[in-house]
Design a protein around this ligand. Structure first.
Ligand SMILES: [Zn+2]
Length: 251
């Protein structure tokens, strides 16, 4: 990684008043969570098991086939931990930088790293809700019926993961909050995202601030943004190197 790139990243972070960190799957891959679409990813695994993710990860399917949905074979769950990107961002916040995380991930790793300002655009796997009455449940609180379907204590409705599935829309209030946050910030860091998915590929153009940084392993097409710094590298690795200038007590 080029030293001058890291120095500029440091300078931009230090000069900014409000920073939006807009992250995607690439922020978590170094924690061992494969991108949905990568060879080890959830959707690819489903396809290998002859399941069509578009058909199954879908509200209508859960409603009409709850037993199949909640008993489907799932890829092995590994223990995952925040990586140096999550940890560094949390350290920046702790040391007084107004750094706001907007993530397309549903793994909760930013919060686990201690970050206080996190918006989960696609919902959260740690918050489930009743499809009938919208009551919210923690995964540890779920009561399952004899068919292993989680049920609402009150109306026996199906309780599902609070993540945005295929064909579902991002919560309007999340969309709105993302827009206003991006509009208010003067540094936008886009990291670990292919920007191929709506609404991410539109939201970044709400930015009217001073500087844009992209940290990504592949080139992104962002024609309408003036990019000040492009770091073509993994996100965790970039922040690990950046810590040479800060020496936050993390590893
Ligand atoms: Zn309910």
């Amino acid at each position: 990684m080029k030293e001058k790139h890291l120095k500029r990243l440091q300078q931009y972070i230090e000069e900014a008043k409000i920073i939006t960190f807009f992250g995607g799957a690439g922020v978590s891959t170094e924690s061992g969570i494969p991108d949905y679409r990568s060879s080890e990813g959830t959707y690819t695994k489903m396809e290998e098991n002859r399941q069509d993710p578009k058909k199954i990860m879908n509200r209508r399917y859960i409603q009409s086939n709850p037993v199949e949905f909640f008993n489907r074979p799932e890829p092995e769950r590994r223990i995952i931990e925040p990586n140096l990107a999550h940890k560094m961002l949390a350290e920046f916040e702790k040391s007084g930088h107004d750094i706001r995380v907007i993530t397309q991930n549903v793994d909760g790793l930013h919060q686990r790293a201690g970050h206080r300002w996190v918006l989960e655009l696609h919902g959260s796997g740690r918050s489930w809700y009743c499809m009938d009455c919208q009551r919210v449940y923690l995964p540890s609180e779920l009561q399952r019926d004899k068919d292993n379907v989680p049920r609402c204590y009150v109306d026996n409705g199906i309780v599902r993961p609070g993540v945005v599935f295929f064909g579902e829309n991002v919560q309007p209030e999340n969309l709105e909050k993302t827009k206003t946050t991006i509009q208010k910030s003067d540094l936008l860091i886009i990291a670990g995202t292919s920007l191929t998915v709506f609404p991410a590929n539109r939201l970044i153009y709400e930015f009217k601030g001073r500087r844009v940084v992209i940290i990504n392993t592949e080139k992104l097409a962002v024609d309408q943004l003036n990019v000040d710094l492009y770091i073509e590298a993994p996100v965790g690795e970039t922040f690990a190197e950046l810590n040479r200038f800060y020496n936050f007590p993390i590893k």
